[in-house]
Design a protein. Sequence first.
Length: 608
Amino acid sequence: MSVIGASPAVGLFCVPRSPPRDIHRFRMAVRSSAVSVAPIFTKLKHECATPLPLLRHVADAMAADMRAGLAVDGGSDLKMILSYVDSLPTGYVCIYVYMYVSSGIGVPCHFDPNSLGGKQERVIDTEFEQVSIPQELMFGTSEDLFDFIASGLDKFARKEGGKFYLPSGRKREIGFTFSFPVRQTSIDSGILIKWTKGFAVSGTAGRDVVACLNEAMERQGLDMRVSALVNDTVGTLAGARYWDDDVMVAVILGTGTNACYVERTDTIAKLQGHDSSSGRTIINTEWGAFSNGLPLTVFDREMDDASINPGEQIFEKTISGMYLGEIVRRVLLKIAEAGTFGDSIPEKLSTPFVLRTPDISAMQQDNSDDLKAVGSILYDITGVESNLSARKIVIEVCDTIVKRGSRLAGAGIVGILQKMEEDSQGLIFGKRTVVAMDGGLYEHYPQYRRYLQDAVTELLGLEISKNIRFILLQNRQGKTRLAKYYVPLEDSEKHKVEYEVHRLVVNRDPKFTNFVEFRTHKVIYRRYAGLFFSLCVDITDNELAYLECIHLFVEILDHFFSNVCELDLVFNFHKVYLILDEFILAGELQETSKKAIIERMGELEKLE
Ligand code: BGC
């Protein structure tokens, strides 16, 4: 499986520095009673931990909620909205101007309506412009907002300078990408269910957003009409298909978050009277509303209580760009009360949403010894003065919150893939599947991206990796003398694996074969005096080849330690790992010639 960044990019997080409600003006407060930082921090780390079993639970719950949401409207937190996009572009685009509305971003661009050329030629030109939606319009009336969008479109269309002519009498067709939950009634109509991401525009919820835009365009005298309404995830999936036919899922991780995927229509029980010639349709999951089994803290709960949509969009509030900075700010305020930043608490630190996700990302990129950039960002934005140890704590807090969010996002992706695979075996696992990723958070926060990808690999690793998963060398008493894992596992999971493998091989009757099933894989083991060498491989792999591989390893050890014994391994563990790396790398057998390995080890020894 590969995870790609879809094009085009959708810009940075545009989060207002100070959203509504919850805006209090604090004077410089003096902390009342000193509390120690350590327990606050330990508790935070503990509550935000996302070990593999928790991620598995989240992935399973995501898959189960998807099913429930497909069965009946309101069946789960996930709305599982029909997109009415049943076939993905294969060479003809009728979208002329692409309008994207997100938290303050408008991105119109041109697509060629006629080109049937290769993938590179399908889009003859794109013009791209971002228009920030003024903050007051986020809380104003529906008319004002849509008038603003229509006038932006008008200005944009005027700039094209006659490059794109349409036959007279034909209105320009607009694809309208609307990044809020909409109950679609057809490809060109949909009712806004509710606003998210801090928007609270009056008079739009319950209305057809296409009608809202068409009316605004009429008011402005524009010769355009909306011919397709899509969620931004659906736009990402369709766009990514231009470049790669294996795209099956699209995920947005920006100010808000969401995912869509290609679903078989026969698995959608709530689908009535909607025919799809392809037998497939894109489902907009609206996964931001997911809430099952998430590891939440008091900081999340308090942020949710103070939000304009309490109790809603809990997944979004835990993993997306609009909220990560705010959660960190709430934690910093708490540790400021414990005296981490001196005796007083700056007023700015008490201002909701003053610390934004791009700020915490910038702090996490500071690799200097004195964390100078962290110090100045903290001071400029929150008024906090810090010494080195305080800055280190701040970085740890950012990392904890970002790691939790990104790993949960990874688990969500695996949940979707799992659901697709369960319905059509072989559709996802065992072949290339591409997840198109978009959104500023994913694009501009390297740690977020890395943690997310790690979580996906951890969850799928055991499923998709075909090679050696781990090799263990254990004595009869269960002491592990060497452990090399080629799939990422949490420490607690490794302990479990070692315990289980030891019990399995030590207690097995010597009359039985040296191959034994282990979870969804198999272990090939061999005993040499009091030591057990165990390899975990795929169920279909050739057992004899791996038995030979173990024996080769022992022969090389013998060569180096002249009749190897357990103590040699204990005292020369670094050499043992070196030898192992010479013939197994990244779970793949590299070399089977004893002579070649011994020669190479000789070369390495000369270098020492
Ligand atoms: C909205 C989704 C949207 C996502 C990403 C969420 O708040 O509910 O419709 O796709 O943000 O923009």
